[in-house]
Design a protein around this ligand. Structure first.
Ligand SMILES: NC(=O)c1ccc[n+]([C@@H]2O[C@H](COP(=O)([O-])OP(=O)(O)OC[C@H]3O[C@@H](n4cnc5c(N)ncnc54)[C@H](O)[C@@H]3O)[C@@H](O)[C@H]2O)c1
Ligand SMILES: [Zn+2]
Ligand SMILES: [Zn+2]
Length: 346
């Protein structure tokens, strides 16, 4: 089959690789219909996370079940499905408590040996372990392009708003207007938040947020704390969703939240450090919630409901659709921020 593979720092290629096979009785093979390029793929592209040359990449996809092992109960050949980027066992204590991202046997598609050595989703075929857990059936009538984000950034945005317990009338500030911020802002609006402020520095991303009914705040042009204070009776936001994953954005999040407010940190961190003024945070009674990786399985059904009800619309996010063979161009467009989201069609 054809698959996007890592070649070396800054380079991906489309190569002929062996077809994946059913290895365990609860595996499924999915024929990919659409795969997206995600910000996390760029960590691999730039060599910040280890992939060996020739290893498959990608983890956001939908497709049709091509084969199932004998223990798969919930899916049959021909079912159209979304795939979770978190591959969980579904049986351990954490999975049983809805925290599949903390699974004892946590794995990641398209993430090389540290992701459990699974193949990438930017490919014609994909092996999905524990298929009953890690696939979601898609209803008829939902277009592929709307469904493709269910297993990653869409579920993550819905999770962020849920973790923040966003409620009707809450003033919400979303720091970062990338795909995660885009979906978090829509999920907050779907929960009745008003206003929803989106903070970024890229004009086209702010314009995208504005199209969704959020209020854009250009953090280069305005002081974020003053901009949020002005819209919230000088209090600050009830809930802040940090969807960047950089200490500067974390600091902004703590600056714009009101006393006693909640901060959800959904942006990803690895080795970064910040100074923690514990007395200030304590006196302000801040409630800071680290999201970790999204427990997709606990949120994708709700995300699907929001999609079907039209409360969340992924369409404005997609800027490019390319054949799988043109994946290197897609990576180039996405890495240089000339694309907001690239879809690859195998
Ligand atoms: N928790 C999860 O499961 C999960 C899932 C997917 C992505 N993520 C993480 O979420 C974060 C966002 O993902 P994305 O795909 O939207 O990324 P992205 O890089 O496309 O978007 C980040 C946005 O933040 C903006 N930004 C950067 N610094 C800023 C600052 N100081 N203030 C305001 N805006 C700033 C950028 O201009 C950009 O538009 C990343 O860290 C990603 O790794 C987490
Ligand atoms: Zn991703
Ligand atoms: Zn588990």
């Amino acid at each position: 089959m054809r698959a996007v593979v890592y070649e070396g720092v800054g380079r991906v290629a489309v190569a002929e690789v062996a077809d994946p096979e059913l290895l365990l009785p609860d595996d499924a093979i999915v024929r990919v219909r659409l795969a997206a390029i995600c910000g996390s793929d760029l960590h691999f592209l730039h060599g910040k996370a280890p992939l060996e040359p020739g290893e498959g990449i990608g983890h956001e996809a939908i497709g049709v079940v091509e084969a199932v092992g004998p223990d798969v109960r919930r899916f049959r050949v021909g079912d159209r499905v979304a795939v979770s980027f978190v591959i969980a066992c579904g049986a351990c204590w954490f999975c049983a408590h809805g925290q599949t991202q903390l699974c004892e046997d946590f794995r990641n598609l398209g993430a090389g040996i540290f992701g459990g050595g699974l193949g990438g989703a930017q490919a014609e075929l994909l092996r999905v372990p524990h298929a009953d857990v890690n696939l979601l059936a898609l209803p008829q009538g939902l277009e592929d392009e709307r469904a493709v984000f269910l297993g990653d950034v869409l579920a993550t945005g819905v999770y962020a708003a849920g973790l923040g317990e966003v409620g009707p009338g809450d003033a919400v500030a979303v720091v970062g207007a990338g795909p995660v911020g885009f979906f978090a802002a829509q999920a907050a609006r779907a929960r009745g938040a008003d206003p929803v402020l989106v903070l970024d520095r890229l004009p086209d991303r702010l314009a995208l947020a504005e199209r969704l009914g959020a209020e854009p705040v250009d953090v280069e042009a305005r002081n974020p704390q003053m901009a949020v204070a002005r819209r919230t009776g000088d209090r600050g936001a009830d809930v802040v969703i940090e969807a960047v994953g950089h200490p500067s954005a974390f600091e902004t999040a703590l600056d714009v939240v009101r006393r006693g407010g909640r901060v959800v940190v959904v942006g990803m961190y690895a080795g970064e450090q910040v100074e923690a003024p514990l007395g200030v945070w304590w006196a302000r009674a801040l409630d800071v919630r680290f999201a970790g990786i999204c427990p997709v399985h606990a949120w994708w059904e709700r995300a699907l409901e929001e999609l079907l009800a039209g409360r969340i619309d992924p369409a404005p996010l997609v800027s490019h659709r390319l054949p799988l063979e043109e994946a290197p161009l897609g990576y180039e467009l996405f890495a240089s921020r000339r694309a907001t989201k690239v879809l690859l069609v195998p």
